[in-house]
Design a protein around this ligand. Structure first.
Ligand code: MG
Ligand code: MG
Length: 246
């Protein structure tokens, strides 16, 4: 679906709220803080901006952010888990403004982290940047995932297959899906007005995943570290526009 300039303006406003949730939760990340405290910080941003949560109540999800430490890939539930020096933590945030959705995620260090963890976060963020650069008029959906895979595997890491990005608009998850892997030149053409949430999940070890007994938390099958970066991005006449920025 192609969004009008008026719709994209609303998504930009939702995206700014998400960016503020990122900024405030990032400031709160330190050894000793619990993931529930990060959720509280994010809730305060939503309340202050008069925005609604697209995560809270989604298939029964109980929080406004997902918090996924270390070998957890995505969908971790905030709670009394306490962050420790040397951890990495993925924080996924979303907001609805005037019926339009924003969705973005980052992974951050807790204090000082090992070199492998630092490099994993850096490569995952660079893979997202490469994906954004592939979001130009006339390219195809699979060019995005191909860009992610090229960067991530080129650095010796692996790309998660079971969870993917998605179009976004009046719902958080719209069609088409956006895999983070695959050959270039396949799938629907990218046209101005298409808005996608692109979200590489990159593992330090093998790409396999495992769902924990809580029914939400997804971890790496081999226990290796995982990082997750996401932005909501519009294909524009003059190139891609990242909507989830301050
Ligand atoms: Mg997300
Ligand atoms: Mg998403």
């Amino acid at each position: 679906m192609r969004r009008t300039p008026e719709e994209i303006a609303k998504m930009r406003r939702a995206g700014r709220v998400v960016a503020e949730m990122h900024a405030r939760t990032r400031e709160a990340i330190r050894p000793g803080v619990t993931t529930a405290e990060l959720d509280k910080v994010a809730r305060e941003v939503l309340e202050r901006r008069g925005a609604r949560s697209n995560f809270l109540g989604y298939h029964g999800f109980p929080a406004v952010i997902c918090t996924s430490p270390n070998d957890m890939i995505v969908h971790g539930i905030p709670g009394d888990h306490r962050l420790e020096e040397g951890d990495i933590i993925s924080v996924d945030c979303g907001a609805i403004v005037e019926g339009y959705h924003g969705d973005a995620a980052y992974t951050a260090p807790v204090g000082g982290v090992r070199e492998e963890a630092r490099r994993l976060m850096e490569v995952t963020e660079v893979s997202l940047q490469a994906a954004i650069e592939a979001m130009v008029d006339g390219n195809r959906i699979s060019d995005i995932g191909h860009a992610v895979q090229t960067v991530a595997e080129g650095a010796g890491f692996s790309v998660v297959r079971e969870y993917v990005g998605h179009a976004i608009g009046t719902a958080m998850h719209e069609e088409p899906q956006v895999p983070n892997y695959g050959p270039p030149g396949r799938g629907p053409r990218l046209r101005p007005g298409l808005v996608l949430a692109v979200e590489p999940m990159v593992n330090a070890g093998s790409p396999g995943t495992r769902l924990l007994a809580d029914g939400w938390s997804v971890v790496t099958a081999d226990g290796s570290l995982s990082a997750h970066f996401e932005h909501s991005i519009a294909v524009g006449e003059d190139g891609p526009e990242v909507l989830t920025l301050p």
